[in-house]
Design a protein around this ligand. Sequence first.
Ligand SMILES: *[C@@H]1O[C@H](CO)[C@@H](O)[C@H](O)[C@H]1NC(C)=O
Ligand SMILES: *[C@@H]1O[C@H](CO)[C@@H](O)[C@H](O)[C@H]1NC(C)=O
Ligand SMILES: *[C@@H]1O[C@H](CO)[C@@H](O)[C@H](O)[C@H]1NC(C)=O
Ligand SMILES: *[C@@H]1O[C@H](CO)[C@@H](O)[C@H](O)[C@H]1NC(C)=O
Length: 284
Amino acid sequence: MLSPTAIALTCVVAQASAACDRTNLQGIVAAYIQAHASGSPKDLPLAKNFTYTENEVATNITRSILSQAITVDLKRSLVDTTECSTFTEITAATNKHPYVIDTRILVSDGSITAIQAVVADTGDWIFNATSHLSWSKSENWEAIPVSKQDKRSTIKAAGDAYLDSWADGKVKAPYGTPCARLEGGAYTGSKNTSSNTCHMPEFPKPFAGALNRRYVIDEEIGAVGILNNFPFIDATRPEGTPSTNLLRVEEGKIRYIHETTICATKNCGRKIQSSRSTGQCNLT
Ligand SMILES: *[C@@H]1O[C@H](CO)[C@@H](O)[C@H](O)[C@H]1NC(C)=O
Ligand SMILES: *[C@@H]1O[C@H](CO)[C@@H](O)[C@H](O)[C@H]1NC(C)=O
Ligand SMILES: *[C@@H]1O[C@H](CO)[C@@H](O)[C@H](O)[C@H]1NC(C)=O
Ligand SMILES: *[C@@H]1O[C@H](CO)[C@@H](O)[C@H](O)[C@H]1NC(C)=O
């Protein structure tokens, strides 16, 4: 016979997992998208102890990006049924004020306990929402057939290897062929790319690496979204500027990378030499 305590525990566990299945998390994502579209967070299921940050700064949600009505042209979402969280990338290119917004949402018992939004617009790292929309749309982020899905640990390891390789060129990221990276609005591939254009050389020393990584992993989409603090790129923020990397992994290999990075000064104080033919950007 189960003791009353055991019954209570069983109920708590059942509730927690029910609130964290794909359907429930997709409901949270839908409410989040709706809040952007309507410009009001009032219908979001917020927990009492809920926190909101925008580009790593604690912000009152009533004065946040969620209180502006935004035309969402494209959205890509991951749901993490293990950690009970979601990651959504919104491209708002036709909005009067264009944005690319990457957001991690933490959920507990069906309520949102944290929203961490990285909100990019003009002046952020090689920002161009029109270009972002066009390239992102050309990619395939459909669900991966069950027989070909990677384990959570494989997807996470691919994301970590990519970020680790910036600080240590000896780390081999499992780039696929093809592989393409969308950084701000710059794309390393082409519409029918057949090569790996994702390779990132080691950054000049000293480089601390992408810090404070916060993951959302979705085995069905084969993807990981990683919020992090990225040092080096913006000299005014040696502790790291808010950044996200969103990676699609297919059979253990990186297929797409999206990077969204916030700059304190226009374009992180850097001049860009962009080659039209390759979209590759050289830092100067
Ligand atoms: C908020 O409350 C939930 C339970 O409702 C708990 O899981 C979570 O850890 C709390 N968060 C903070 C920041 O206290
Ligand atoms: C956020 O702003 C609203 C509206 O001004 C106010 O009612 C609320 O108390 C604020 N919340 C916090 C946590 O400061
Ligand atoms: C943004 O990208 C679009 C499409 O590639 C291009 O037409 C436009 O000139 C770019 N805008 C800026 C400000 O570079
Ligand atoms: C796609 O790739 C094929 C083969 O490499 C090439 O012939 C074709 O021109 C490419 N199309 C575009 C739109 O780049």
